[in-house]
Design a protein around this ligand. Structure first.
Ligand SMILES: *[C@@H]1O[C@H](CO)[C@@H](O)[C@H](O)[C@H]1NC(C)=O
Ligand SMILES: *[C@@H]1O[C@H](CO)[C@@H](O)[C@H](O)[C@H]1NC(C)=O
Ligand SMILES: *[C@@H]1O[C@H](CO)[C@@H](O)[C@H](O)[C@H]1NC(C)=O
Length: 374
């Protein structure tokens, strides 16, 4: 009886080992065979600029969690601004006086560490080249972080391809880092062809939105495609959907965090991401390739991305919905937070004293007059 029992069980045991093990690509087995450009990747706007204890809960922070935590939670596009500071390339928010998140190479090392331990994931990097770094300047930072081997190199540096490799192809080749730079002159870039000029491959909708009713699907950049959806699509560039909301104090714009749960929601409420993405998908006849949000854990924004990708079986992600950070109202260690408080006082009619201006970080007159966007 024992022998017979063993034989009856055998087919089941064998079947279980023979079945192909379903491997997830970017958190889902359903995405492996999809083209990189065809699916939607969740992007964290200003990934290194974090509103947490490390920055004194800076008002200039656009995310509550750092880049590693973003990637663990399913973000697959990380972005930041590069500025020149003391002859080094730093990630700073508008100005290194407002928020300096350290060197570009240190941030790239953090991403490299993540790629090392997440071998079935393709990550996109978007660098805003605020101070005109050259391809060799940037390449030196990538080399210092030892991340160049992960970088995907396009077949053409001067035009967008009609199709992109599948996630599985990128994973098999080990080229799991897609790097876009806004902007980088391709004709000057012979040293690092993996650095892709953003607007050669991508077009974006408007990013400077201050009213929840004002999100738009129309192309905004590059300028030659402004408001021209059909030319944008015909150019093979990938649609990039900015979806974050600013609030304004005098002429300073900073992230509207109090409304982020609605801005990033899959449905419900003016300006929610789910409805906006559905509208853009309808207008484009395809889903956007990238969706860029502030405070990505709110909403949660990943829900809309999963809906667009038809993903119902996501695996290997950290769920942050219960871990949401709140800012500490009592911490005033950050210069910019001080500035905003001061501007709020001025708006309410109580003139800030000279001492308070010094405390807030010096002469901000030019910034106030010129208007800044964070
Ligand atoms: C990111 O944040 C997590 C959680 O707060 C922390 O444990 C980790 O050390 C941080 N990583 C980096 C590279 O700052
Ligand atoms: C944030 O956005 C919401 C929706 O547009 C708006 O009602 C609210 O006043 C904004 N917050 C600030 C501080 O401007
Ligand atoms: C809405 O957007 C348009 C064009 O992008 C802009 O001209 C207008 O000032 C915006 N309106 C508000 C209320 O923000």
């Amino acid at each position: 009886m024992l022998w017979f029992g063993f034989l009856t069980l055998l087919p089941f045991a064998a079947a279980a080992t023979v079945l192909p093990r379903q491997t997830a690509c970017n958190n889902s087995p359903d995405l492996c065979a999809k083209s990189y450009g065809e699916i939607t990747h969740l992007g964290a706007h200003d990934s290194p600029f974090v509103r947490d204890a490390s920055t004194g809960y800076s008002t200039a922070g656009n995310q509550y969690f750092n880049t590693t935590v973003q990637l663990d939670a399913g973000v697959r596009l990380v972005s930041g601004q590069i500025h020149k500071q003391n002859n080094q390339w730093h990630l700073c928010h508008s100005s290194c006086q407002l928020l300096d998140a350290g060197t570009l190479s240190a941030w790239l090392s953090e991403i490299k560490t993540w790629l090392d331990s997440n071998k079935n994931d393709v990550v996109t990097l978007l660098l805003v080249n605020s101070d005109g770094a050259s391809a060799s300047d940037l390449d030196a930072q990538f080399k210092a972080a030892n991340i160049v081997n992960y970088a995907y190199t396009p077949s053409s540096q001067t035009s967008a391809p009609s199709s992109w490799p599948t996630l599985q192809e990128l994973i098999n080749k080990g080229t799991r880092l897609m790097t876009f730079v806004a902007s980088l002159d391709a004709s000057q870039n012979t040293v690092a062809p993996y650095l892709m000029d953003e607007f050669t491959y991508i077009w974006e909708n408007p990013y400077d939105v201050t009213t929840a009713s004002n999100f738009s699907c129309n192309p905004d950049r590059p300028p030659n495609l402004k408001n021209d959806i059909s030319s944008a699509l015909a150019s093979n560039r990938l649609p990039f959907m900015n979806h974050f909301l600013y609030q304004t104090v005098l002429s300073i714009e900073y992230p509207n965090s109090s409304y982020a749960s609605t801005t990033n929601a899959p449905s419900g409420g003016l300006g929610n991401l789910g409805d906006a993405a559905a509208k853009c998908k309808q207008a484009y006849g395809r889903q956007p390739t990238f969706i860029l949000v502030d405070f990505f854990d709110k909403g949660p924004a990943i829900k809309t991305v999963d809906n667009l990708n038809g993903v119902t079986n996501a695996v290997g992600r950290t769920d942050l919905t219960a871990a949401t950070q709140t800012s500490s109202g009592s911490t005033y260690s950050n210069v910019f937070k001080g500035l905003v408080t001061l501007v709020q006082k001025a708006q309410l009619g109580s003139n800030p004293s000279m001492g308070e201006w010094v405390w807030a970080g010096g002469d901000w007159g030019s910034l106030l007059g010129g208007g800044i966007t964070l």
